[in-house]
Design a protein around this ligand. Structure first.
Ligand code: CP3
Length: 348
C-alpha cells in the first residue's frame, strides 16, 4: 500500500483501480448557491455571464477547496455552455430553457459543431488558470461535459420536463432525427472534452443525468454506443473518464461497457451490489443522498464510513454524492462529509 498520497495521485489511482491510502472525496455541484460566497460572486451577473467571466469563474471554482474542504476542483460552467456555440439560443431560469425546441430536421442540420477554441475560449482559459493555481498543492482539476442524450432531452423538450416524454417519443417515432442530433452532439462533446484535457483537466466527467429514464434495451441501442464513441475519442491514459447517470442502478453493468474508467452512481444504487455487477472493469463513484447532508455531523460521518466500507468491494472508489449539492444544502453538512472522508483510515 502506498504511503501518504497527494490529492491528485489519490484521485487518479482510485479512478484507475490502483491501490490508495483512502478514497478521495469531492462533490458534484460543489460550487453553487448553497455557498454565500458564491451568491456574492454571482451578484449583478446572469449565470451565463458568470460562466464567461474568467476571473470570477476561477474564484467560484476554487471556493469549495477553502470553504468546505473538498479534495478536487471542478471547472465552474454548465453542460449547456458549449451548446450555445452550436447556434442554439438558450437562457438559464435557473435551469436551461431553449428558445426554439428542436423538433425538425432543418433545425438539426443548422447546428454547427464549432472548434471549442473559437466558441468557448473562456472555458479553456478558466482551466489553464485553475491548473496553475492548483499545481503547488497537487490538487486535481476535473473538466466535464453533458452527454448527448441528456443534452438532446433538453433541446427537444425545450426545458426540464417530467420524464422527458418528448424525447422518449422521438425514440419511437423519428429515430433518425434523434440519431442525427445525438451524432452532432457526440462530435461536439468529444472535441470539447479533448480541448479541456489539453487545457489542463486531469479527469473528465460525462453527465448523462437523464439516460436513467431509459430501459436497458433503449440504453443499449441509443446511448451506450454514443458513450463508447466518446470514450474512444479521448486519451484516457492522460485523463480518466467518469460517467454519471442519475437513477441508473438498472444500467450499471452496461455502463461498465462504455469505456469509462469510473461509473458514478446516484443515491438509490447499492454501492456493494454495483461493485459486484461491474467487477474489475470500472471503479465506482458516489453515492450519498445530497439530502443526507442535512443530518447531524455524526450521522454524516457514519454514512461516509458505511460507503467507504461498501466501496472496498469495488476496484476503486471515489467518495461523492449521488447527485449535486442543492441550493439549500447546509454548508456544515458538506464540511462534515469531507472531514469524515479525510479521517478514514487506509482503505485497503
Ligand atoms: O459540479 C460543479 O460544481 C460544476 C458546475 C456544474 C453546474 N451544472 C453549475 C450550475 C455542473 C457539472 C453542472 C451540470 C449540469 N447542468 C447537469 C448535469 C448534472 C446534474 O446536475 O444533473 C445538468 C442537467 C445541468 C442543467 C442545469 N443547469 C440545471 C438543471 C440548472 C438549474 C439547477 C438549479 O440549481 O436549479 C442549471 C444551472 C446551474 N448550473 C447552476 C449552477 C451552479 C445554478 C445557477 C445559478 O442560478 O447560480
Amino acid at each position: 500500500m502506498p504511503g501518504e498520497l497527494s490529492p491528485c495521485e489519490r484521485l487518479l489511482r482510485a479512478c484507475r483501480g490502483e491501490p490508495v491510502d483512502r478514497p478521495p472525496v469531492w462533490l458534484m455541484r460543489q460550487a453553487g448557491r448553497y455557498l454565500p460566497e458564491y451568491r456574492r460572486a454571482r451578484e449583478g451577473l446572469s449565470f451565463l455571464e458568470l460562466c464567461r467571466d474568467v476571473e470570477r469563474a476561477v474564484e467560484v471554482s476554487l471556493q469549495p477547496l477553502r470553504l468546505v474542504g473538498t479534495e478536487a476542483v471542478i471547472l465552474f460552467s454548465d453542460i449547456f455552455v458549449p451548446v450555445v456555440g452550436m447556434g442554439v439560443e438558450l437562457d438559464f431560469r435557473p435551469g436551461p430553457v431553449v428558445a426554439e425546441p428542436i423538433r425538425r430536421r432543418e433545425q438539426v442540420e443548422a447546428l454547427r459543431v464549432p472548434d471549442p477554441r473559437d466558441s468557448v475560449p473562456f472555458v479553456l482559459e478558466i482551466l489553464r488558470r485553475l491548473r496553475r493555481e492548483l499545481a503547488a498543492d497537487e490538487v486535481p482539476l476535473l473538466g466535464f461535459a453533458g452527454a448527448p442524450f441528456t443534452l438532446a432531452a433538453y433541446l427537444v423538450e425545450g426545458r426540464r420536463a417530467k420524464d422527458f416524454e418528448a424525447v422518449r417519443r422521438l425514440v419511437q417515432r423519428d429515430a433518425e432525427l434523434l440519431r442525427e442530433l445525438m451524432e452532432r452532439l457526440a462530435e461536439l462533446v468529444t472535441g470539447y472534452l479533448r480541448a479541456q484535457v489539453e487545457a489542463g483537466a486531469q479527469v473528465v466527467q460525462l453527465f448523462d443525468t437523464w439516460a436513467g429514464l431509459l430501459d436497458r434495451e433503449a440504453y443499449r441501442e441509443w446511448v451506450l454506443p454514443v458513450h463508447q464513441r466518446i470514450a474512444k475519442g479521448l486519451d484516457r491514459d492522460r485523463a480518466p473518464l467518469i460517467l454519471y447517470v442519475k437513477d441508473g442502478a438498472h444500467l450499471v453493468d452496461l455502463m461498465a461497457e462504455s469505456g469509462a474508467d469510473v461509473v458514478s452512481l446516484d443515491w438509490r444504487a447499492d454501492l456493494g451490489a454495483a461493485a459486484r455487477a461491474v467487477g474489475r472493469r470500472v471503479s465506482l463513484q458516489g453515492n450519498l443522498d445530497p439530502c443526507a447532508l442535512a443530518a447531524e455531523p455524526a450521522r454524516i460521518a457514519a454514512a461516509v464510513r458505511g460507503l467507504a466500507q461498501a466501496g472496498r468491494a469495488a476496484r476503486g472508489h471515489v467518495l461523492n454524492l449521488g447527485h449535486g449539492c442543492l441550493p439549500d444544502t447546509p454548508v456544515e453538512g458538506v464540511r462534515a462529509f469531507t472531514a469524515a472522508a479525510r479521517a478514514l483510515g487506509p482503505a485497503r
